[in-house]
Design a protein around this ligand. Structure first.
Ligand SMILES: [Zn+2]
Length: 388
């Protein structure tokens, strides 16, 4: 194919020279009127790239259409999604023209060849013995758990990776970029309120749940842009509440024994809530996901405090959880603190409510510095909002 193109380009240059010479020498532009035939021109951003026989127009249109549509299947889009458009980012035109027969020296195969070309090739990583995703992300600039998850949608980050596995670090940038616009609906939880009733007979570290809160459910419509098979924009454009949440009622103590964090501290850390507890669906694939805790964004190093009195039962690290701490509060209640940058306690330590146990970080499967806080009741995840 490459050779064929070379020969054709050589003919093109040769014929341009010959014709230029003929026209210059003779000064007769009448030459041009000879042998004019119907043809099609394939233009990219206003510039002629190929000149083809007129009878190939349908074949060219079909080729371009197939190429664009191939990105729909490559993009892992939910069947219910509403496709708004599939277009080249470049301005591509296939126009009828009249030219001297000698100028038609390319065909649909040249376009097919062009469509396979990349401006930048894909970057793959082969998993080595002893690798883990977290360390891979730490070791490579421009690679983080979010890009790994975006570029490898079939990779289950909770699973182990094996030597020889291929991980896509950066996708290829093809010569012709295809942009898919779509709308998709995702189901997400609605946070419930907590009504706090103060009680002088209880310590500040104590609370009694009078009524458990229940998450509501909402429908969120996302406007999504996918370029060359990978999402570049996911914006919520409309929200509809399907099920109202039910408020929790908690009796909280006011007798102070240990200092707890003030402000919007969520008890365990000061920061901004970025992801709630509950079920939601993935905005692109529609896959159902359960978020078993709450995410509170805070700068790396921000203090993390024990939720209540208890005993530290694990201080450990893992691919997904990063550095984490588990505290057993007795009565079947446990709390976990994930993605930490540092520990301030050890296994077996007795801690009191509000005691510093570690620092916020970005370790494990984490897309930014935050604390993921979980509450387990008899081994099952429960909404942390009932407890903080
Ligand atoms: Zn989380």
């Amino acid at each position: 194919m490459r050779l064929k193109r070379k020969i054709k380009n050589t003919i093109y240059i040769a014929s341009t020279l010959v014709f230029g010479w003929v026209i210059t020498v003779s000064g007769i532009s009448a030459m041009k009127h000879l042998n004019k035939v119907e043809a099609i021109e394939f233009r990219v951003n206003g510039e002629t790239r190929f000149t083809l026989p007129a009878d190939q127009v349908d074949e060219v249109e079909l080729l371009l259409k197939k190429y664009k549509l191939s990105y729909l299947s490559k993009s892992n889009i939910a069947a219910e999604a509403k496709i708004l458009g599939v277009d080249f980012q470049q301005d591509i035109e296939v126009l009828p023209i009249k030219v001297d027969e000698e100028f038609i020296f390319q065909d649909v195969e040249d376009i097919a060849y062009d469509l396979e070309l990349n401006e930048v090739e894909a970057v793959w990583y082969t998993v080595k013995d002893g690798d883990n995703l977290w360390q891979i992300a730490v070791d490579h600039e421009d690679v983080n758990m979010k890009t790994i998850s975006d570029f490898n949608p079939d990779l289950d980050i909770e699973e182990f990776i094996h030597p020889g596995d291929q991980i896509l670090f950066a996708p290829a940038n093809p010569m012709y970029d295809v942009e898919v616009r779509l709308e998709n609906t995702a189901i997400e939880p609605v946070q419930f309120d907590t009504i706090r009733i103060q009680d002088n007979n209880l310590l500040t570290s104590q609370r009694i749940i009078l009524k458990e809160g229940i998450e509501g459910e909402k429908k969120v419509v996302y406007d999504i842009k996918i370029v060359n098979g990978y999402p570049t924009e996911i914006n919520p454009i409309q929200e509809t509440v399907l099920k109202q949440p039910i408020s929790a009622e908690v009796k909280v103590g006011t007798k102070r024994t240990v200092g707890r964090t003030g402000g919007n501290g969520y008890g365990v850390v000061s920061g901004r809530l970025t992801s709630n507890y509950g079920y939601r669906t993935h905005p692109i694939s529609g896959r159902r996901i359960f978020h078993n805790g709450i995410d509170i964004a805070a700068a790396t190093g921000t203090a993390v405090y024990a939720y209540a009195d208890g005993k530290v039962t694990s201080v450990s690290q893992d691919n997904t959880l990063g550095k984490y701490i588990t505290i057993d509060h007795g009565g079947g209640l446990k709390t976990r603190y994930l993605h930490l940058s540092a520990y301030k306690v050890s296994v077996g330590d007795k801690v009191t409510a509000g005691q510093r146990i570690g620092s916020v970080g970005n370790t494990g499967y984490s897309t930014g510095s935050h604390l993921h806080f979980e509450v387990l009741k008899n081994g099952a995840y429960v909404s942390p909002w009932n407890y903080i």
